[in-house]
Design a protein around this ligand. Structure first.
Ligand SMILES: Cc1cc2nc3c(=O)[nH]c(=O)nc-3n(C[C@H](O)[C@H](O)[C@H](O)COP(=O)(O)O)c2cc1C
Length: 175
């Protein structure tokens, strides 16, 4: 099964997850930024595509790539600042899947938390005063503090397990 891992990452979180995914796949599986995707992407049977969540969906660069991807087996993974078990996290994966052309087979999804750029947090707190729905609260501070620890070793291990499970399922192994 010809497989490739592609990712879009602004501050490195999704890149780390991409590398953990690739590490669980056969040696030599390419792991590249989306911007360096090979022109013969159609030749791959399975594309792992990673994005960072931007306002509840895939970030623009990943989105553009997903829109143009002709039906393939696609496994999606993402990182986000919020709790990965939240409805927001699930929606952010669903939104990513919705971008894909009809007929694309989404063979697996994975999401974990990723540190939010401190400059962005500062900007948000400046833009939205306390009391505003997006303003500073102790809960939001706690969420950012938790996100700052991710992706951690456990996340990367889970990402590797996700990748191995996808491949095994498609290759019909372990039956
Ligand atoms: C402009 C912007 C928008 C974001 N929107 C969301 C969001 O809607 N939900 C969320 O949970 N995290 C959001 N985040 C946090 C990022 O998804 C998170 O920090 C991610 O791990 C960054 O990945 P990267 O290091 O690969 O760029 C946003 C970050 C930025 C910079």
């Amino acid at each position: 099964m010809k497989t490739i891992v592609l990712y879009s990452s602004r501050t490195g979180n999704t890149k780390k997850v991409a590398q953990a995914v690739a590490g669980a796949l056969p040696a030599g599986t390419p792991c590249l930024p989306v911007a360096e995707a090979p022109s013969d992407i159609e030749a791959y049977d399975l594309v792992f595509l990673g994005y960072w969540v931007d306002r509840g969906t895939a970030n623009a660069e990943a989105k553009q790539f997903l829109e143009g991807l002709r039906p393939h087996h696609v496994a999606l993974f993402a990182t986000l600042g919020a709790d990965p078990k939240s409805a927001h996290a699930q929606q952010s994966l669903d939104e990513g899947a919705r971008i894909l052309p009809e007929g694309t087979d989404v063979v697996g999804t994975f999401i974990c938390q990723g540190a939010v750029d401190p400059k962005i947090i500062e900007m948000m707190y400046k833009q939205f005063p306390a009391g505003h729905p997006h303003g500073r609260t102790p809960e939001r501070d706690a969420r950012h503090a938790e996100a700052a620890k991710h992706p951690d070793e456990a996340d990367l291990k889970e990402a590797a397990e996700f990748a191995a499970a996808v491949l095994q399922r498609l290759e019909g192994g372990g039956q």
